[in-house]
Ligand binder design. Structure first.
Ligand SMILES: NC(=O)c1ccc[n+]([C@@H]2O[C@H](COP(=O)([O-])OP(=O)(O)OC[C@H]3O[C@@H](n4cnc5c(N)ncnc54)[C@H](OP(=O)(O)O)[C@@H]3O)[C@@H](O)[C@H]2O)c1
Length: 304
């Protein structure tokens, strides 16, 4: 007798198995398995902008270890050649395409090259981007425009050129944002505004193309470990607090290992997640700041 209500409750809570993919909401696609096969990335065609350095190169190296076909993009052809030589031989193919993602003609050429050299597209990881330092008052509209161009408008250009191929493969569009896509630290010039705009682009693409099978991921990492950390913004340090010239604008967060972050990004793609925030603890700050901006500002002042 005592068991009946519990059994009833369990029965009531049992949900019917989804008849469509709960991530992309495409009724024609079956629900994804909880774990993707180990060879998920083998022979997948991936374009990585900013693939010649930093996080973009780390993502390329991790994809290469999984047997993917790669097209690395950056402005400097020599730097691209050096990066391509570093890619593990386990990659199914490594191609390079010198292109500036702030130029429409270059993006059109990149789309044609991806079609020609990769024969289709399963993933576009847009990693090219630029950060800066400086007070907002000292940031000119021209500085701001340049940052918007490379950090946000480039994503619009690339999406317009490559989303049709990604729709064919039900592929992944990965936009590399930052913790600054969710919160604006002081003295980062126009960077937080440009990365906030990128977050809006990601959400809109997710809503507009998700039902047709496109997976859009916005990755929002904190400061990433790099050898030149600490010196990178030395030339922009005039007139701002010393801490602001440090990685992450002085945020008290441990630097993230780029290869570990790359693994997390690939896992988030396999699970067709909408967002990846690293470190995860930052989510609490973002939630509190949404509920109470003054509390959010107070925490940010304590943490920078
Ligand atoms: N580093 C961090 O701590 C951190 C933290 C959070 C988020 N992020 C984000 O992660 C991404 C990568 O940052 P990173 O610091 O790893 O980069 P990075 O080391 O400065 O490398 C930037 C890459 O992008 C390419 N690039 C820059 N402008 C380009 C353009 N207009 N067209 C095509 N390629 C261009 C560069 O090659 P060329 O110079 O040859 O063009 C290079 O390959 C950025 O979006 C950044 O905002 C970085």
């Amino acid at each position: 007798m005592g068991m009946a209500p519990r059994r009833l409750a369990r029965g009531c809570l049992r949900l019917p198995a989804p008849r469509y993919c709960p991530f992309c909401h495409n009724p024609r696609r079956p629900a994804l398995p909880r774990r993707m096969p180990a060879d998920y990335w083998t022979n997948k065609s991936c374009v990585i902008t900013g693939g010649s350095a930093g996080l973009g190169l780390a993502i390329a190296e991790v994809l290469a270890r999984r047997g993917a076909r790669l097209l690395l993009v950056g402005r400097n052809a020599e730097r691209l050649a050096v990066a391509a030589a570093r890619i593990p031989a386990t990659a199914a193919a490594v191609e390079v395409c010198p292109a500036d993602v702030t130029w429409q003609e270059d993006v059109d050429r990149l789309a044609a090259t991806a079609q020609e050299k990769l024969g289709g597209l399963d993933m576009l990881c847009h990693c090219a981007g630029r950060s800066t330092r400086g007070g907002l008052y000292d940031t000119t509209p021209e500085d701001m425009q340049q940052l918007f161009d490379v950090n946000c408008l480039s994503a619009v250009r690339l999406a317009r050129a490559l989303v049709p191929s990604l729709l064919t493969s039900h592929g992944h569009l990965v936009l590399i944002g930052s913790l600054a896509s969710k919160t604006a630290l002081p003295y980062l010039g126009g960077y937080p505004a440009s990365k906030h705009a990128l977050a809006a682009v990601a959400q809109q693409l997710r809503l507009e193309f998700g039902p047709q099978g496109l997976h859009t991921l916005l990755a929002c990492p904190g400061p990433i470990h790099r050898d030149d950390a600490g010196e990178r913004y030395a030339h922009q340090a005039d007139g701002i607090p010393d801490s602001a010239a440090k990685p992450g604008g002085g945020a008290k967060i441990a630097a993230i290992d780029p290869h570990r972050l790359s693994e997390q990004i690939l896992r988030a793609c396999e699970r067709r997640r909408a967002e990846l925030i690293v470190p995860r603890s930052a989510k609490l700050l973002f939630t509190l700041a949404q509920l109470s901006p003054r509390l959010g500002d107070w925490i940010l002042r304590k943490k920078t």
